[in-house]
Design a protein around this ligand. Structure first.
Ligand code: ZN
Length: 275
């Protein structure tokens, strides 16, 4: 059971047609005070306008999502990608977000070198640490499901995120985002969460539907799938995490088609019974 004051609802969970002001107003209607903002939506509304909206509404941010995709082997593309992450860190700082979700990037078809891509992502992180430190926003390394290793993230496990954190030696600027949807299948997950300890700075929940239709856009509501969410929440709390529990549901065929009030009411109820 997760109390209302620990709930954060990620902006991407509400129907895409919801503007940022409509989204913030919907959360406030249900007495919720925390969110994680989606970068695309923030840019659409404007960073300064969104920062003002957040401040005026008294909303807290659990994170800003996302930036990264730094695995290109081509120097010009790589430099551009790093600049984009720095810009996202600046945006997160302006909004008052404590961390920026970092998605590593996939394998490049030009070299088909997954090992090389991992090395390039780690090198890029090393170059980004000073900027993260300077603006006071942590990079939250988010492992994604291995089925999206080719196009989104060569970082697939919490174990590898731990290895990267060890290599970087920058726990003041880099942490780990544990997204249950992405890592529930991992046989080493509980050991890796324990090893991560206080490096866990972000915790995301949704559910994996047994008959999922789309790896990215068919996430389930907590309780509708096969992830033992209470067990994973206990594991991260045992490791020392006491922050917000962030609900992140990309759901093209179901929840994105419903009214925001229905989605939020369902989330509040499921956080009590299924997380
Ligand atoms: Zn996530």
């Amino acid at each position: 059971m997760v109390a209302d004051d620990r709930i954060s609802i990620h902006q991407v969970t509400l129907p895409p047609q919801c503007t940022t002001p409509q989204f913030v107003a919907a959360l406030a209607r249900h007495g919720l005070r925390c969110t994680s903002l989606w970068r695309e939506k923030t840019r659409e509304h404007g960073v300064a306008a969104t920062a003002k909206l957040v401040a005026d509404s008294g909303m807290r941010l659990s994170g800003y999502c996302f930036a990264g995709l730094v695995t290109s082997p081509e120097p010009g593309e790589r430099a551009k990608a790093l600049d984009d992450v720095r810009a996202a860190l600046d945006e997160a700082a302006a909004l008052g977000a404590p961390c920026l979700v970092f998605v590593a990037g996939g394998v490049d078809a030009r070299d088909k070198d997954v090992r090389g891509a991992r090395g390039r992502a780690l090198d890029a992180l090393g170059e980004l640490v000073p900027h993260a430190r300077a603006v006071g926003v942590k990079l939250a390394l988010e492992p994604l499901h291995p089925m999206v290793c080719a196009n989104r993230s060569v970082l697939s496990t919490v174990g590898l995120a731990n290895d990267w954190c060890d290599a970087l030696g920058a726990d003041d600027a880099v942490g780990i985002a544990v997204d249950t949807y992405a890592v529930w299948w991992d046989p080493q997950l509980l050991e890796s969460i324990a090893r991560a300890g206080r490096r866990i700075i972000s915790f995301h929940v949704s559910d994996w539907l047994a008959d999922t239709q789309d790896l990215r856009l068919d996430r389930g509501m907590m309780g509708d799938g096969i992830i033992d969410l209470p067990a994973l929440r206990h594991a991260v709390e045992e490791a020392g995490y006491d922050g917000y529990v962030e609900v992140e549901i990309f759901s093209q065929r179901n929840w994105w088609r419903r009214e925001p009030d229905e989605v939020i009411a369902t989330i509040k109820q499921r956080m009590r019974t299924s997380v």
